[in-house]
Design a protein around this ligand. Sequence first.
Ligand code: B12
Length: 211
Amino acid sequence: MKLSLKEISEALIKLEEEKVLQLVKEKIDANEDPIKILEACRKGMAEIGKGNDDEIFLTDLIMVGEIFNETLELLMPKLMSSTSKSLGKIIIGTVEGDIHNIGKDIAIKFLKAEGFEVIDLGVNVSSQKFVDAIKEHNPLVVGMSGLLTLSIKPMKKSVEAIIAANLRDKIKIIIGGERTDEEVCKYVGADAWVNEVIEGIKIIKKWTENA
Ligand code: B12
């Protein structure tokens, strides 16, 4: 039976976990291009990202993130051997003193779905760890996540450490999380801020297209 990729996006939009995983497995077994399968999943995620109701939007994002993570696990072996080019490297971490990871992990899933190579530094990431990771991976973009008011200072400290290590000119910095806004962005010394992942993806894509 020939199944269309559209069915995967539609099942993802409806958050039908079992169906999505079953369809992805069938497509992999049928030797469908893994990039096309990923694109079908990404389309489903983007649809959910357009939601307006705050309550449903958050729950759906978390749920779709989990389903997407499972599809990524299935697709990763195929994607690794595919010849497609990565859009670039991005380092992401939740800043020192903060252990909230749900938003960061959703951002990572969306970035991977777009074709970025993401290096996840985890949570409670020190400024030195950001600096070391930039030296090691040479990314285009560094993303810092933080949900606490107390996370603003560590964000600033991390940017200052990046400046002190003479790495600031090589990268763009985006901060994310509910506590971020224009004022925080200026105080921290970042290039952009978001408290919604789809907007973040747009900004990062613009940066990397011009890199
Ligand atoms: C779940 C939760 C927890 C969980 C975290 C579980 C986990 N594994 O992450 C637990 C229970 C552990 C927790 C602990 C604490 N929490 Co808490 N927590 C929350 C809660 C309810 C939801 C956060 C969340 O996951 N939101 C959903 C995600 C999807 O949203 P998001 O993170 O904003 O991410 C989106 C965007 O911002 C963006 N994004 C995020 N990061 C990035 C990064 C990049 C690069 C990009 C592009 C985009 C991006 O993409 C996401 C999708 O759109 C919030 C309430 C709230 N209103 O935020 C409180 C909240 C953040 N917590 C709060 C507090 C106080 C705490 C504690 C200090 C409580 C305590 N006394 O122990 C501890 C802190 C521990 C620590 N050191 O970090 C406060 C913070 C208040 C403040 N102004 O500082 C809040 C606001 C609750 C409140 N109203 O009091 N918490």
